[in-house]
Design a protein around this ligand. Structure first.
Ligand SMILES: [Cu+2]
Length: 145
């Protein structure tokens, strides 16, 4: 007969293996990307958009009280945006409507993710971290033509 402690320990080890396997399958097998942090040395202070090719853009977002730089990004249909995000003052966040993008903007760090646009339209960019009295005005836009 197995003791309760041994059963709990064995069960915990099995669950660790199951969770690590699930993470590996999600990231490698299904291609789900996990947001990553880049080192402080690569911090930038100005927002900009760089065109890498006809359907690949690199967007450097700088969040600040209470706006995003750049405020408006225009890209063609089927574009992939490689988004780099930092903050110049306090902790902000970024959420892109209808997309599974939800990043923190932390001063001194850069967060990165990729998003692809398969439908035309205007996608609202909002700050999802309460960052002060002007938080509700912190809006941006991504226009897919
Ligand atoms: Cu904010």
């Amino acid at each position: 007969m197995i003791s309760t402690e041994r059963f709990v320990l064995l069960f915990s080890l099995v669950m660790v293996v199951v969770f690590v396997t699930a993470i590996m399958v999600s990231s490698k097998g299904l291609g789900i990307e996990v947001a990553e942090c880049l080192p402080v040395e690569k911090t930038f202070t100005e927002g900009r958009v760089s065109k890498l090719d006809d359907h690949t853009y690199r967007v450097y977002y700088v969040a600040g009280m209470w706006s995003f730089d750049p405020a408006v990004v225009e890209v063609p249909l089927e574009s992939e945006l490689d988004i780099y995000l930092t903050s110049k003052d306090v902790v902000h966040g970024i959420h892109i409507s209808d997309k599974n993008v939800n990043l923190m903007a932390v001063p001194g760090t850069i967060n990165n993710t990729r998003v692809k646009f398969h439908k035309r339209g205007e996608y609202q960019v909002v700050c999802h971290e309460y960052c002060g009295t002007g938080h509700q005005n912190m809006l941006g836009k991504i226009i897919v033509k």
